[in-house]
Each structure stands twice: as C-alpha cells, then as structure tokens.
Design a protein around this ligand. Sequence first.
Ligand code: G
Ligand code: G
Ligand code: G
Ligand code: MN
Ligand code: NA
Length: 254
Amino acid sequence: LALVDAMRVALASNQFELHYQPQIDLAAGRAIGMEALIRWRHPQHGLMRPDRFITLAEETGLIVPMGAWALRSACAQAVTWQAAGFGPLRVAVNLSARQFQDPALPAMIGAVLRETGLSPRCLELEVTESLMMDDVEVAIVMMKELKAMGVRLSIDDFGTGYSSLAYLKCFPVDVLKIDQSFVRDIEHDPDNAAMVAAIISLSHDLGMRVIAEGVETPAQRDFLARRDCDEVQGYLYSRPVPAAEFECLLQAAR
Ligand code: G
Ligand code: G
Ligand code: G
Ligand code: MN
Ligand code: NA
C-alpha cells in the first residue's frame, strides 16, 4: 500500500492520535495550556512522528481532513479537561499552508468550536512565517477573519522564516513562538542570547506574548525568566505525551 493510501486508511480507522506538550506560564509557574502534536500509531511501524508523513499529507491534500480531525480532537480534549476542573486550559493546534489557504477554514473552525463547546479564546492556531509569506495579502485577510472569531493566533518557529519585520505589525497575531534553535545555546552563545532578548522585547513592544520553545535546562528557563519571557515549552517540563499521561501531569500539579 502506498503511504498516501495507508494514511487515508489510518484516518478512517483512528490510527492517528494527539500528544500534548505543556506550555508553562513563567509568572504563574504552572501549565496554562498545551500544544497538540499529531502522531500515527502505525499497526506495523509503531508510533510515527509527523516528519515522516506531514509533507506527503500536505502534497496530497490529505492534510485538510487530517487537520480537521486534529483540530476537533484537540478542542474536544480541552473541553474534557476544563470540565474535569483543570482550569481554563488553552490548546494550540498547528496549521499547515494547505489548510491556511482553504477558504473553508474559518467555517470548519467555527463548526468545531460549536460542536465541542470550546470557547474561541481557549484555542490558539499556530502558523509559520513562511506560510504567511506565500501570499501576504491573502494571509492577512485570513488572519483577520480568524481573529474576528475570537481565536488566538501565534507565529510558530519565529525567526527561522523569511518574513520581513515590516510585515509583523500588519499580522494580527497574539503570540510569537521563539524557535528552539535560538534557545538551544542561550547560556553559551551570546548571539542567540541577544536574539532571544530582542525577540522578547519586540513581542512586548508590539503588544504580543512570547513563548520560548525547546527549553531543556533550568539555566535556559532562568535566562528566559530574567528577560521577561511569558511562557516556556520543552523537555525540561515534559516531552509531548499521550492524553492519559498529560492528564497525570495535570493531576500532579493540582
Ligand atoms: O511533534 P514534533 O515531532 O515531532 O512535530 C514535528 C512537526 O510536525 C512540527 O513542525 C509540527 O508543527 C508538525 N505538526 C505536528 N502536529 C501537527 C498537526 O496536527 N498539523 C500540522 N499541520 N502539523 C503538525
Ligand atoms: O510545531 P513545531 O514545529 O514547533 O514542533 C515542535 C517540535 O519540537 C516537535 O517536534 C516537538 O516534539 C519538539 N520539541 C518540543 N520540545 C522540545 C525540546 O525541549 N527539545 C527539542 N529538541 N525538541 C522539542
Ligand atoms: O519520546 P519522544 O518520541 O518524544 O522522543 C523524541 C526524541 O527526543 C528522542 O530522540 C528522545 O531521545 C528525545 N528526548 C525525549 N525526551 C527528552 C528529554 O527530556 N531531553 C532530551 N534532551 N531529549 C529528549
Ligand atoms: Mn508548533
Ligand atoms: Na516551533
């Protein structure tokens, strides 16, 4: 079976699942949300990470139904955890270019919010700079439409794309996510340290929040806290884990 056919079968037979990684608010010192990351539990090959199949899903258009499935599952899960008393948790879902260019995207998101009952302000949509730069004008129209629905928008992998800073003020986004490549050597590499400090200031000056990704050490966390970074995400707290395991993290922090 070709990979794309296997993916269609997988989607129809519930072989995809979401893993969740906590997003920690540095001031509050606890998880205030989570990023949902798709995995394929393949009957022969075991657990497959998205780098093995997302590109093909994008090329073949299968990312549209797959992305809709991911969004619906993530929103339903967030509602379940909110109802269990874990607080007003926010869930972040990654969008691919193909989804972002689909004029039916806002209607799909609206339907998912209605069906699951998730408050729009508890949903964050992650898009990359490169995706927005494909067609800047169209991207801005789409972002405004999504913002009007009340959802949050973040720029993922910020700093690695090729968007001009001049565009940043035209994008109605709420959050910048600092790419993990800048965070990795933050304690030793003065260039990365300067870059991260500058992105944090820039975010705040533009009225946005900022999340640092790939935080693996207490030293990295402390650097980010000193520089007033709002949130952190990374293996220091948890790798992306299945829903049941994530719920244990929430229980432990209660
Ligand atoms: O979790 P990590 O291995 O493994 O994720 C790798 C990449 O896959 C990341 O760039 C992430 O944004 C992307 N990804 C994970 N889940 C989804 C999803 O549901 N939709 C899309 N479009 N990309 C995803
Ligand atoms: O959506 P995005 O492209 O940001 O995907 C995040 C990726 O980073 C996922 O593949 C996730 O598994 C991975 N990741 C999350 N935390 C860490 C971390 O602390 N270190 C490293 N190396 N990767 C991480
Ligand atoms: O278990 P998972 O598929 O999330 O792991 C993905 C990769 O990230 C593996 O190479 C694993 O060794 C690595 N990894 C998982 N947890 C950690 C961690 O806490 N710290 C670091 N540095 N790497 C990790
Ligand atoms: Mn992401
Ligand atoms: Na990222």
